[in-house]
Structure formats: structure tokens, C-alpha cells
Write a protein that binds this ligand. Structure first.
Ligand code: URA
Length: 207
């Protein structure tokens, strides 16, 4: 089975984790991706944001949420009263999964499957254990299923504070839509308002 666990060092700090993740071969996604995109931010961060997987820009630059979805997310966070620079930002899956639009053409995002998400889980668990955030903001269905299981439905729980045991730790989580879904929405303004409103719940929970 696909599994990152053999690549995750014990007793590592974030820098050592990031270095080890660069060599992860726990699933086949490393073959076509440019590089591992590990989480970014301080181990002291009070809030952790969890997305799906790096996109095209993130894969090129090696940092999460630096592309169009990330720009929108940063704007929404600031508007909700959360400093994006103070957050720890990561993804459920740490390699870009894509298909080619045509031979040699544009790389088109492909959602990770449960096998890849489960395989990558030990990296997310290690990040959670080190950062110990006061609150997790869950961005969309893939992150939700990775953290809370396959019954997770973003439409049902978005904008609420959940309390769940994850990897042996009691966590508080606020789910919301993925910022890419806002970019794809028919009514982008309304979708953006919804994202900001959910993030305000997170800001309130952080106090
Ligand atoms: N979408 C994600 O889920 N994560 C990123 O890092 C960028 C886009």
C-alpha cells in the first residue's frame, strides 16, 4: 500500500521534517511532480490551514498557496481578521497530481484519491504534533476527509467549530470551502463572502 510513514523521521523538528519530505516516495505522485511542497509557517502558529494539494504554481515554487487560490485565501484571511503571515499553511497531499491537457501541454489539476491522501497522512500528523495549533481551518472536501474521515461533507459543517480527536489529540476545527472553489463559482462575489464569513468564525474561535 502507499504509505509515507517509513519516510517520516521520529523526533524531528519542522526543518528536518521538510527535508525528509523532499525525498518521500510513499506514493507514485513524486514521479511526475517537480518537488514536494511541505507546509510553511512557524511551529508557534496558533492556526493551521489545511488545503488539498499543491497546484501548478506551488509545484514550481515549492511553497503552499502561492498561486491564484493562495492570493484569494490571503485576502479573505486578512478581511476576516486572521494575519496570513502568522498561520501555518499546508496541504493534505504534498505533491501536485495532474494530467496533461495535450502531449507536452498545460498541466491540469487532478484531485488526489483516498489512497494518496491516506498515504500522505503521516506528514500531516507530524505537522499537527509539532505545531499543536489552537485551531485548524479545513479548506474543502479533501482536507476534511483527510482529517475527519470519508463522511465529511463541507456543506453540512462549514462555518462551525468542530471538536474531534485526531491522531490522539483533541482538535478544534472550522471547515470552509476551498479557495479554488470560490475562483470557479458562478457567483464569485457571493462565494467569496461565504468564505470570509466562515473565516470570521475561525477568527472568533481564536479569540
Ligand atoms: N490549492 C491547495 O489546496 N493548496 C495549495 O497549496 C494551492 C492550491
Amino acid at each position: 500500500a502507499y504509505d509515507a510513514a517509513p519516510f517520516v523521521p521520529a523526533h524531528a523538528d519542522l526543518a528536518a521534517l521538510r527535508e525528509a519530505a523532499a525525498g518521500c516516495r510513499g506514493c507514485p505522485l513524486h514521479r511526475d511532480a517537480t518537488r514536494t511542497v511541505f507546509g510553511a509557517g512557524s511551529a508557534d502558529a496558533r492556526v493551521m490551514l489545511v488545503g488539498e494539494q499543491p497546484g501548478d504554481q506551488e509545484d514550481r515554487q515549492g511553497r503552499p498557496f502561492v498561486g491564484p487560490a493562495g492570493k484569494l485565501l490571503d485576502r479573505a484571511l486578512a478581511e476576516a481578521g486572521i494575519d496570513p503571515g502568522e498561520a501555518y499553511v499546508t496541504n493534505a497531499v504534498k505533491h501536485f497530481k495532474f494530467t496533461r491537457a495535450a502531449s507536452g501541454g498545460r498541466r491540469v489539476h487532478k484531485s488526489p484519491g483516498v489512497r494518496e491522501t491516506a498515504a500522505c497522512g503521516p506528514w500531516l500528523a507530524a505537522e499537527l504534533a509539532l505545531v499543536e495549533p489552537e485551531l485548524i481551518v479545513v479548506l474543502g472536501a479533501t482536507a476534511g476527509k483527510a482529517l475527519l474521515g470519508s463522511s465529511f461533507r463541507v456543506t453540512r459543517v462549514r462555518g462551525t467549530v468542530l471538536e474531534e480527536e485526531i491522531h490522539g489529540r483533541r482538535e478544534r476545527l472550522v471547515p470552509t470551502v476551498h479557495p479554488s472553489a470560490v475562483l470557479r463559482a458562478d457567483d464569485r462575489e457571493e462565494a467569496y463572502r461565504g468564505l470570509v464569513s466562515d473565516l470570521r468564525v475561525a477568527a472568533e474561535a481564536l479569540g
